[in-house]
Design a protein around this ligand. Sequence first.
Ligand SMILES: Nc1ncnc2c1ncn2[C@@H]1O[C@H](COP(=O)(O)OP(=O)(O)OP(=O)(O)O)[C@@H](O)[C@H]1O
Length: 581
Amino acid sequence: MAKPTSGKALAERRNDAMLKREFKGIGVFLFWISGIINVLALTGSFYMLQIYDRALTSGSVPTLAALSVLALGLYLFQGVFDIIRSQLLVRIGAKIDRILSPIAHRVSVDMPRFGFSSAEALERGRDVDTLRTFMGSQGPVALFDLPWVPLYILFVYFLHPVLGAVTLGGAVLLTLLTVWTELKSRQLANAVHQANIARSAIADSNARNSDIIKAMGIQDRAVHRYTKANSEHLVLQTQVTDITGTFSAISRVLRMLLQSGLLGLGAYFTIHGQMSAGAIIAVSVAASRALAPIDMAIGNWKGMVTARQAYKRLRETMVALADLPERIDLPAPKESLRVEKITVAAPSSGQVLLSEVSLEVKAGQGLAIIGPSGGGKTTLIRALTGIWPVLRGSVRLDNADLLQWKEEVLGRYVGYLSQEVALMDGTIVENISRFAPKRDGKGVVAAAMAAGVHELIVRLPDGYDTPLGSQGTALSAGQRQRIGLARALYDDPFVVVLDEPNAFLDTEGEQALNKAIAGIKKRGGIVIVVAHRPSVLEQMDLVAVVQAGKLTAFGTKAQVLGAQQAPERSKPNLQPVRAAE
Ligand SMILES: Nc1ncnc2c1ncn2[C@@H]1O[C@H](COP(=O)(O)OP(=O)(O)OP(=O)(O)O)[C@@H](O)[C@H]1O
């Protein structure tokens, strides 16, 4: 009975079919062009045979000249085909890069959301580089030459069967050596990869915490941590290079031994009149050419293993993306956001952080999510915005599960201000407009005004075109938060989710925030705010209390907060009065 085909297997098959479509034609062409190159590479052997057995024996200079011109022509052809082949391989590398790098980068962007370190995420981009570099190296040349090795062995065989057998034996020996190299280096190559990720993660973390490292004087410790990881990487790297280098040297010596052996044996057969003197040289040249691709494969083994691993990871990446269901365009939401019995687990560990949460917010309403630190407020927001998938239950916008929306379409209806406001490397206008392909000055200014940050921006020397640098470091925390708010408000999204939007705001900033919240509600949007400070609550209609991973209260502000309906400004943390039924 046929086994049911899993989605992953189907996606794998689909990807392989896509790659086959893209590269099969070029692959076949490369195979044949390699055939031509290898046939032409027999020129040297034929030339030797003809010179010794024809030109020298006849003593004819015109024959020698004709043979030389012919050989020269054939060598030139071989050179041209060689150039075409290497240029083609480089272009295949570039094509692979063009096809895979957007997919790889998409995954890199997604990975940190699921608990991967940024060093691990960036590996995907490097994998594409590895593949491209490999395609331009001698590795693929060796691979395309390998199928033509029998041609040379046959050639030698026809000159003398024993010499053919010896050459075949040499090829088998070198192949066994290749297999041995593979077995020895495979596991190590994986360990090198992991060690490299660990090293990059420390480098990345050190660079990101530059201020803390300086202020607390822990440079030496930071450098020591990196050096330790670097040494581990270096040790493994040296081991791999030792293995491939040793096998490469063994294969070279074997080749030389074989070539000399063939010369010796050839001489023996010539002495016994079994073959001509020219054949000795021809055999030596052909045998060396027969073993060259195997030798080259061993020499490039490290590159091949790395490229294969990179390809394997990218293939998995492509399969993961291909697994995403196709989604249709849904109309703009305008009624409600409903959460139905959701359970949310941390994608990195699978640990349940929030369970059985249900609530509903209607257009024009504001919801405050409150509760003690670590209770699960941000987790709830991550589920509401689709950052983390829900384990059970559903989040619905106008009755449609978030999963039914196209990511980019849904994004247009959601504004999100995260707790640690992250601005991207670009100008203010690019950041606020979420890198809209077309400059939308009007929309950006409207969002900046709604966030009360317009005046602040125009006072900067380059105004809206001020470059923010990576992480938006050119601004203060409060300024970053307000620009982040403008980005969340840009293009009037239906749902605006703000995670502690006033953490860094001064009084003026808080007033602007309150105005922005009122504006969202007035235009019929939904605003959800995680609040630690009570001032935001004044604007809210509903309150949800999240603690210890549970929704312990949900209802109108009056229901949930009861007597504390109008909280004092000085109160630092809001606690629930009672759990809503
Ligand atoms: N990426 C993550 N992986 C695993 N566990 C996480 C992750 N993020 C948060 N948690 C855990 O989930 C729980 C809830 O965290 P969450 O950030 O939702 O709390 P919070 O209520 O927003 O807290 P705060 O008010 O301090 O921001 C915490 O115990 C936290 O350790």
